[in-house]
Design a binder for this molecule. Structure first.
Ligand SMILES: *Cc1c(COP(=O)(O)O)cnc(C)c1O
Length: 362
């Protein structure tokens, strides 16, 4: 071992050697349908108005550490009740990190799997005990009995439920979630990153369950570049988490721009409606292809399985044709031969389908 290897082996937490950095594919030159981004931009006159709001922004000053204006708009839009409070994060990824940093070193973190990989990734990089409970193979819904058994066995301090789930796209059964919320003494984080594309939320249930936290992000709605996520929950819990948050985690450009976007409500509604309509069309056309099974989605992406052609080959063939999607096959298990495509603009979806037909045919 070289000196530097010895340093790494002795100075860093041993868990770090077992995790790898989150990989993001280089999308230069591709039709980008891999990361659940909203493909639509803003009309020119809206961009002009937005730039005007930035004109007087004080880049020489620290941002408001409590992002008060932005927080007030968010609270009003989600109709947060007065026993609850919000925590803002530099993306919901940062909120996941804050939540996990608050747990004691021996705590267990639970999530159904397959799900959003950052739960496991961040928990393990912090040395926490992460336990994944398999979803039902048939429809990717929660296996309630297995979840309740795991709650009993591991007494998780915290559980993540992505609602709708990524990468499968489905909404878990709401009654199953209620049963889990009632049975666990730990915190349950409902990750509603795809709420703009679903007609379902647990935000109203904050009244009912004091161990519930609801997390959202502006990323999938159409502001992935800004990095803004938020967590809603009982004030007492949020106040504890706020001690871990770095004081200026929401920069001034994000505060002003998110405030602008959220107060121009008509900006996103037509975009979200277009994405939902395209989702339905894409689903139908995927399922019409021989050897392809597309799974129902309440999000802005669709997961599908290729029965005949291997996912690996299909992914490469699409890439050769200029289309970048996500290959889930390397994650294995339930995701064998599965791929995930983000719903794009009509012409992007057309190009994807045509490249897919081509790739299946060869
Ligand atoms: C994309 C995604 C996130 C991360 O969102 P950011 O706010 O961009 O960090 C969180 N949870 C799920 C389930 C996601 O798919």
């Amino acid at each position: 071992m070289s000196n530097i290897d010895i340093r790494i082996a002795t100075l860093f937490r041993p868990e770090l050697s077992t995790v790898s950095a989150y990989h993001v594919a280089d999308a230069t030159g591709y039709i980008k349908l891999d990361a659940m981004e909203n493909p639509y931009t803003w009309p020119d006159e809206v961009i002009e108005q937005w730039l005007e709001t930035l004109r007087h922004c004080a880049l020489n000053r620290y941002p408001d550490p409590h992002a008060r204006q932005l927080t007030a708009v968010l609270k009003q839009q989600i109709a947060l009740n007065n026993r609850c409070e919000l925590l803002l994060g530099n993306g919901s990824d940062e909120i996941i990190q804050i939540l996990l940093m608050a747990l004691p070193p021996a705590a267990t973190v639970l999530a159904p799997e397959p799900t959003f990989v950052m739960y496991r990734q961040i928990a393990q990089s912090l040395g926490l005990n992460f336990q994944g409970v398999p979803l039902q193979t048939r429809d990717f819904d929660l296996d309630v009995a297995a979840m309740l058994a795991a709650v009993k066995k591991y007494r998780p301090a915290l559980m993540f439920l992505a609602f709708p789930n990524n990468p499968t796209g489905n909404l878990f059964d709401a009654e199953a979630i209620r049963a889990i919320l009632s049975a666990t003494p730990g915190l349950v984080v409902l990750d509603e990153a795809y709420e703009p594309f679903a007609d379902c939320s647990f935000m109203p249930q904050l009244q009912e369950f004091d161990n519930l936290l609801v997390m959202r992000t502006l990323s999938k709605l159409g502001l992935a570049g800004l990095r803004l996520g938020y967590l809603a929950g009982r004030r007492e819990i949020i106040n504890e988490l706020d001690k871990i948050r770095l004081p200026y985690n929401i920069n001034v450009l994000t505060q002003i721009s998110a405030h602008f976007a959220l107060t121009h409500t008509q900006l996103f509604a037509p975009q979200t409606a277009a994405i939902r309509a395209e989702r339905a069309a894409l689903m139908q056309q995927l399922n019409a292809l021989p050897g392809i099974v597309a799974f129902p989605s309440a999000a802005n992406f669709i997961m599908f399985r290729s029965a005949k052609a291997g996912a690996e080959e299909l992914f490469m063939a699409l890439k050769e044709r200029g289309i970048l999607i996500k290959n889930l096959h390397p994650q294995g298990g339930m995701l064998d031969n599965c791929l995930r495509v983000t719903v794009g603009k009509p012409d992007e979806n057309k190009a994807f389908l045509s490249a897919l037909r081509d790739s299946l045919g060869r």
